[in-house]
Design a protein around this ligand. Sequence first.
Ligand SMILES: Cc1ncc(COP(=O)(O)O)c(C=O)c1O
Length: 447
Amino acid sequence: VEDCDAAELTRRFGSPLYVLSESKLRRNVRRYHDAFAAHWPVGPVRILPAIKANPSLAARRVLSQEGAGCDVFGEAELHAALAGGTDPALISVNGSFKTDALVRRAVELGARVTIDSADELELAERAGRELGRTALVRVRVKPWVGIEDLESDLHRGFSIATALHAAKFGVPEPDVLDVGRRAAASPHVDLVGVHFHSGRHTAELRLWEEIGRAYADYVGLLMRAWAGWAPREIDCGGGFPTRRDPLRRRSPDHRGRPPAPALEAYADALATSLLAGLREHGLDPDGIVLELEPGRGIYGDAGVHLTTVRQVKAAEGPVSWRWIGVDTSALFLTDTMGSEAWFEPIVCERADDPPTQVADIVGITCLSDRIAPDAQLPEVEPGDVVAFLETGAYQESRAPNFNALPRPATVLVSGADAELVKRADTVEEVFARDLVPERLLSASPSG
Ligand SMILES: Cc1ncc(COP(=O)(O)O)c(C=O)c1O
């Protein structure tokens, strides 16, 4: 990882271990900016990495130094973004069923509130009035993305078009039309733009072309309904796959697929179709800010997860099977469970050895815990360190304490330097929230 030896990192910081590369984070955020700026010449491009993907405050500091904004979901993530040095003006406050306190805090800070229902406009209006500030709001919308022949990777069995609308997010029609009229009538609210986030439904480029077109059509619809209004910012959310695109890759219909297209191709597909569509609807796009909220796109390939082999087992019959038991769990690489992700395993000190076996890499919990089934591996011995690639997004942030397991630490690497940026849980911390009533403390039932 950068100039650090992965196995050495586990000896120094413990195993299992999440590792983030600082220079990769910096390169990713710059690359996102430049890729979209190349196809959005009409106004500024801002990158607002979604902190849910990795709420490491040190990683967030890195992104803040790069001038990135932040997509936050709820109060705790707003706290994290601020603690990580994010400029409040570059924060988009998302969230389902936002509380009064969250909206008020956002308005007080001058952050943008991305509203998810007509009720939230009322909260923003009231906060603006009472605080003597203008509440900056964007409306989260759900354009009809007419891709009905493509199944969603996120919601199997649904077309992407339906999956996007079945999601709870966004102000549904017809309420959305009311939002603009009410915002226009209020001196305490400025409806600065629109927001749309699809999620990672597919790696196919044509989704993004379609999203750009659908989004422009929706903006056109709103402009006609809200005569005199035009967006000053358009936020297209996240959902862009990374090149290795681990999601679904262990399912039979995704295994062996070619890598996802490069980020530059997604940027071209989305920004070009959006811009053309806006012009077709008679909107002069000059000065409109384009915002993106990549989560996995910024953090995913900036992270690896390191684990140490504890045991190698093989059964000759009645079913032949091989297991490589490691000291981590699929629960610490949670997309291996819900989203059938394949995080490529590399046996660090044998990376150049040819594969000689097919085995399941399995974790330490009482679940079947198949982190990498049918992995083709070189000879492996207890003590070897295995790196799972592209695990920087959503794995650490979703790790639970099942089997009372302490969650692993995170290390930030920069060149030859490595620093602990999140320590592992202790067993005491796993139980720190437990309260045992006094009456249960005696050895036998009272009474
Ligand atoms: C509003 C919003 N923006 C951005 C993201 C980041 O998505 P991704 O990590 O797929 O890029 C999410 C993820 O759920 C989200 O809900």
